[in-house]
Design a protein around this ligand. Structure first.
Ligand SMILES: O=P(O)(O)O[C@@H]1C[C@H](O)[C@@H](CO)O1
Ligand code: GUN
Length: 331
């Protein structure tokens, strides 16, 4: 008989999140009559995925691959081709992985790839999940927590973004030095809800969320790969999307200190940092934001995919070089 993990969601929230106070208890909140079996509104919302559920997904994967990744990579627009460079590949379409969301965005392949890059064991998300697709932040960041349980210590992420300062050009690469999390600041943090200490502590500092050592290694790698002239470092603004920004919004983001604006990455960074993963992220500047009303080149997704394709070889060489430089702790 197979010993492989069978992981199914039985549809019952009670199973994963047992109630502490039954509605039928005499003391405490009294039930409303005739409204059926509803959620317990007296308790805060719990994480959609418990630690045990994430462990189950990780175990399901571990039973099917011999790779033990220490480095996680999330391919946004422009980095999808990196999976071609991975050797000893074992691939899992998201649709095959229990409880995994599926990719709905053009240019996001929708598979987990295990293998070797620069002789290091890696796990690569070819395609990510975005808030604007309708996923909540727990779904958006599920892959990060799976990576954590699989043993990942370093994360490399990419995204497509619109450039805000006038000295940025389409095709530039911006290393994230910091971010402004518009969804998070308005209450939509992926760390919202009861905190399971097995992931990390309740209140985390984000002062150094994007690791300085990795940023320096990336700059060195960029010089070695010929990417130096296109390299910038700046502040990424995370907005909900899927619409691109109005002129007034672009002006506001620039005024607030933003250098690029996009629709991803920050939730993943926060969840990774929460659990002690070292984070590095960069943006491919696929368009310049429209700062004037007579601007005749508004952003569009097809153009972003095209810019991604044009830069793909250079970015892949750079990320490979960076992965080669990462110093892994020998556990
Ligand atoms: O996953 P990323 O951040 O690269 O995707 C960005 C945001 C939208 O999905 C799309 C806009 O063109 O690219
Ligand atoms: N929000 C946002 N996301 C992007 N992704 C690529 N370009 C852009 C942009 O201009 N704005």
């Amino acid at each position: 008989m197979s010993t492989q993990t069978v992981l199914r969601y039985n549809g019952s929230a009670e199973r994963h999140f047992p109630r502490q106070n039954s509605l039928s208890e005499k003391s405490g909140p009294q039930p409303l009559k005739n409204i059926g079996n509803v959620a317990d509104f007296t308790r805060p919302q719990k994480n959609k995925y418990t630690y045990e559920v994430v462990e189950g997904i990780a175990k399901w994967l571990q039973e099917r691959t011999s790779i033990k990744p220490k480095i996680g990579i999330i391919c946004g627009t422009g980095l999808g081709g990196l999976t071609d460079e991975i050797t000893d590949k074992e691939e899992f379409p998201y649709t095959d992985i229990p409880l995994f969301p599926s990719s709905t965005v053009a240019g996001h392949a929708g598979k987990l790839v295990f293998g070797r890059l620069e002789d290091k064991e890696v796990i690569c998300c070819s395609g990510r999940f975005h808030y604007y697709e309708g996923y909540n932040n727990y779904q958006v960041t599920l892959s990060i927590r799976v990576m954590k349980i699989l043993g990942v210590t370093h994360l490399v992420m990419s995204n497509a973004a619109g450039g805000l300062p006038s000295d940025y050009n389409v095709g530039d690469i911006m290393i994230l030095k910091d971010h402004i999390n518009f969804i998070g600041m308005a209450g939509g943090s992926p760390l919202r809800g009861p905190n399971d200490e097995r992931w990390g502590e309740r209140f985390i500092s984000t002062t150094h969320i994007y690791n300085k050592e990795m940023r320096e290694q990336a700059k060195k790698a960029a010089e070695e790969c010929g990417l130096g002239p296109y390299l910038k470092e700046g502040v990424y603004c995370m907005v909900g999307g899927p619409n691109f920004e109005t002129v007034a919004e672009c002006r506001m983001l620039k005024l607030l200190g933003g250098d690029a604006v996009g629709m991803s990455t920050v939730a993943e960074s926060l969840v990774a940092a929460h659990s002690g993963i070292t984070v590095f992220a960069f943006s491919l500047i696929t368009n310049m934001c429209c700062m004037e009303y007579d601007d005749q080149s508004p952003p569009n997704h097809e153009e972003h995919l095209m810019i991604g394709k044009q830069r793909t070889a250079l970015i892949q060489a750079w990320v490979r070089n960076l992965v080669g430089k990462i110093q892994l702790n020998q556990a």
